[in-house]
Design a protein around this ligand. Sequence first.
Ligand SMILES: [Zn+2]
Length: 293
Amino acid sequence: MQFKLKNILMSIHMRNITAFILLQFAVIPSTPQNSKDYTNAIFLNKLNKDTSYSTLKNRIISGFAQTKPGAWGESVPGVITRFNTQNKYIAFTFDACGGKNGIGYDIELIDFLHKEQIPATLFITGKWIDANFSTFLRLCRDTLFEIENHGLNHKPCSVDGKSIYGIPGTSNIAEAYDEIEANALKIKAIAKTSTHFYRSATAYIDEACVTMAGKMGVRVVGFQILSGDAVPFTPAPIIEENVIKKIKPGAIVIMHFNHPEWNTYEAMKNIVPNLRQMGYTFVRLNDALASPK
Ligand SMILES: [Zn+2]
């Protein structure tokens, strides 16, 4: 591996709860030269041989051994679906799922966001990075966007192997841990930026995984407005209507940038001027949700 991880593990005992705070310091080369070292299978294999990574992972596994999955869905307790604001601010979020769920790159959409100077949050999986390494590096350097975590292998986040839309979820707490933490470390190693938010694949997650993410210092994000762009070939006017009719201050809108054949870009060409006319301004999640309150 081209970098070393040094972790300082601290435990804080509060009543019967033990919270673990992991401070991670990644010593990484100035520019990643070999994308192969970061591919999911190689990266995860090496992480699991890292004592600090496996120590925290094992503590999480034993800490959640008796935890029931709880509710399963897109907006279970603890999932952020909107943000508080006195102003007409909304956050556009765009996912890149990877693998069978799409390794494409909607360059027209990204160029449009640039032309219109629309800040946005990009949730990206390890799988998509593997298929688009140089594009990912360019996006990481792009100050208009923030890069966040959409999971290592695009698996819905479950402690007991639930599936949704035919996509198998993580099968246990260990796999759920890797799905979140390994992708956060992968993005950090390549991009040299820390992620703060995690959106599970399909946005489905169980309550146990939300609690686990919280212990890892990760905030789970869903959405308030479903644009519907992910239903293949939804016409642009339908996507526009889904967003514009339901828009409200503090809304988090979910869309995708990994399917150029979908109508996301076509819809955004009308959504943006309409929302601007209605007085809306666009923000990134880190701007809207700066720190836990
Ligand atoms: Zn996805």
